[in-house]
Unconditional design. Structure first.
Length: 256
């Protein structure tokens, strides 16, 4: 069980603000030749916000426990660029809390002061990324993608090593924040790079070397800014997709 100010959807423990992504059939994905989101190269769009802002949103509708009072403000970003612009417009002292699936997240009946940002269903891009020309090197997943979805996506695209993610009941952001794992594997064993955002909306690409990583613990090294995860690039080996799908099925049967 986690509290509202814990790391379910991608907060780094050093962050000053609070925080926390199955395709079927045609999940043989749109691929991306560059793993870098296009808006990151040329800066943010300057148009108005495209997300959805609600007031006094009951958090009981967004947690697996179905409890929790209202959030003063509740924002669903349209994408990473929209999230960046939204954060830039907030007051410096505004409390901000990010959530993903809300799995095992306990919110008090008195509600949440400040702004809650939900990533699941919002930051949901999932694609193959390329190493050598024409060869898939892994999976790019945004922080709101459910971890089991990454496992199935990788298997359907002939990649192995992601099967354990099918047993993690949360989003990619949460898996990154706590180095989630099961069945002998952990999230950061497969991370090559991450995309982070700070409280001012600035985006950065970082490598595992920028973090202290341990058992169910991830933190930026001393002296670095407070940031949240918004996406990651995972490396997996080419393998037998059918065998990977069967392994996912077997792992889920063990958990049931």
């Amino acid at each position: 069980m986690s509290r509202m100010d814990d790391t379910e959807a991608g907060r780094l423990p050093l962050c000053k603000r609070g925080i926390e992504g199955d395709l079927a059939g045609r999940e043989l994905a749109a691929t991306v030749k560059s793993p870098l989101p296009p808006f990151f190269k040329g800066g943010m769009p300057l148009s108005g916000l495209r997300g959805v802002l609600r007031r006094d949103e009951p958090m009981s509708e967004h947690t697996s426990w179905r409890v929790g009072g209202p959030a003063e403000r509740f924002y669903i970003p349209a994408d990473i660029a929209d999230l960046s612009q939204f954060l830039q417009g907030l007051a410096a002292d505004e409390p901000v809390h990010f959530i993903g699936l809300g799995s095992n997240l306990l919110v008090r009946d008195g509600g949440v002061r400040g702004t809650v940002v939900v990533l699941h269903g919002a930051l949901n891009q999932l694609a193959l990324w390329h190493g050598e020309p024409g060869e898939a090197a892994g999976v790019y997943a945004e922080a709101g993608v459910a971890s089991p979805k990454v496992a199935r996506f990788a298997a359907l695209n002939g990649l192995e090593g992601a099967e354990f993610l099918a047993g993690i009941p949360g989003t990619v952001g949460g898996a990154l924040a706590m180095n989630a794992g099961c069945y002998g594997a952990e999230t950061w064993q497969h991370v090559t790079e991450v995309l982070t955002i700070d409280s001012f909306g600035e985006l950065r690409r970082r490598t595992p070397q920028d973090f202290g990583i341990g058992y169910r613990h991830v933190a930026l090294k001393a002296g670095m800014s407070s940031e949240w995860f918004v996406a990651a690039w995972f490396a997996f080996k080419h393998g037998d997709g059918e065998a990977s799908r069967q392994k996912i099925k077997d792992l889920l049967e063990k958990r049931s």
